[in-house]
Design a protein around this ligand. Structure first.
Ligand SMILES: [Zn+2]
Length: 307
């Protein structure tokens, strides 16, 4: 079940949508989630004209949001934000359920054209592009206050930072591996693995998790060998007998709307709106995630003042 052979992998590329798969082993006391999201990262790359280093950074963070979002219910949402002082600027990603079979996700970088030479290990220098800063995870529930956790960046490579967040902020022994294969022409592979000790598991679960995470091949290697979301799970779980928790299709989506942009404009205040209406015939506001352009003429801006 791990790898179905190269031929099967090649045929699968067009047929299988981006997916996130969540399985668990009651015996070993661990849960393993795999995400394979090349189309999603491709779409974000094209939309934002991301340079390769920026593609790797955004792709890894979006893969993290998809993995974290694999257990969402109803109208819950996961948002992950990195605030950093490097050339890439801040990074954003979030994930939510579009319906019971589909997870929507999106992301962007403040400076999408940032590209750096590969690091000493021949990998994208995401840490260099981010610099130092913090990672914040926000979980919004259907009702009640959102949960927020924040940790300083420890490596800037994102997988280690998400692991640190889970261990420190949520106190769940976890391992996160992320990978994006990209070149100036596009995205070849993107995805990740999240493994966690199940609630109530003893120390054996922690030892099992550590042993398997240390022996894991790089996610990019696994994906270029044809592993899909289930394949990534089995690469970590090996011979463990697994039960399926969930499998979701994943696709790019956005949550913006004209009403939300109007609310943001109203928030600027009457004076700013009047100024904007007198300066330009048409004022444009574009969504940072999907680039949709919302245009308002002077009359429409003036009408907002009354709201
Ligand atoms: Zn949008």
């Amino acid at each position: 079940m791990l790898l179905e052979g190269k031929g099967a992998a090649l045929e699968r590329d067009d047929a299988v949508p981006d997916r996130v798969s969540s399985l668990y082993s009651p015996d070993a006391g661990i849960a393993v989630i795999g995400a394979c999201i090349p189309e999603l990262v491709r779409e974000i790359r094209d939309l934002h004209d991301l340079a390769p280093t920026a593609t790797a950074a955004v792709g890894r963070l979006v893969a993290g949001a998809v993995l974290f979002g694999s257990g969402l219910k109803g109208r819950e949402r996961i948002s992950i934000q990195i605030a950093a002082d490097g050339p890439l600027g801040d990074l954003f990603a979030d994930a939510w359920l579009i319906d019971e079979h589909t997870l929507g996700a999106r992301g962007y970088a403040r400076n999408p054209r940032i590209d750096l030479p590969l690091n000493a290990r021949g990998k994208f220098d995401v840490a260099g592009a981010l610099g130092s800063g913090s990672l914040q995870v926000t979980k919004t529930y259907e009702v009640g206050q959102p949960y927020r956790g924040i940790v300083p960046l420890i490596s800037g490579e994102i997988a280690e930072d998400l692991t640190a967040y889970l261990v420190r902020s949520e106190q769940i022994p976890s391992a996160v591996a992320l990978g994006v294969l990209a070149n100036p022409l596009g995205v070849i592979a993107a995805g990740g693995i999240l493994a966690q000790v199940l609630p109530g598991s003893d120390d054996r679960g922690v030892a099992e998790l550590e042993r398997r995470a240390l022996a894991l091949a790089p996610v990019t290697t696994l994906m270029s060998e044809g592993a899909d979301a289930d394949g990534l799970v089995h690469a970590l779980a090996g011979d463990l007998t697994l039960r399926r928790h969930r499998r979701l299709d994943v696709r790019f989506a956005c949550l913006c709307s004209r009403a939300k942009v109007e609310a943001a404009l109203v928030g600027l205040g009457a004076e700013d709106l009047r100024h904007m209406a007198s300066e330009n015939e048409t004022t444009h506001a574009s969504c940072e995630y999907c680039k949709h352009d919302y245009a308002f003429n002077s009359d429409e801006l003036i009408a907002l003042i009354a709201k």
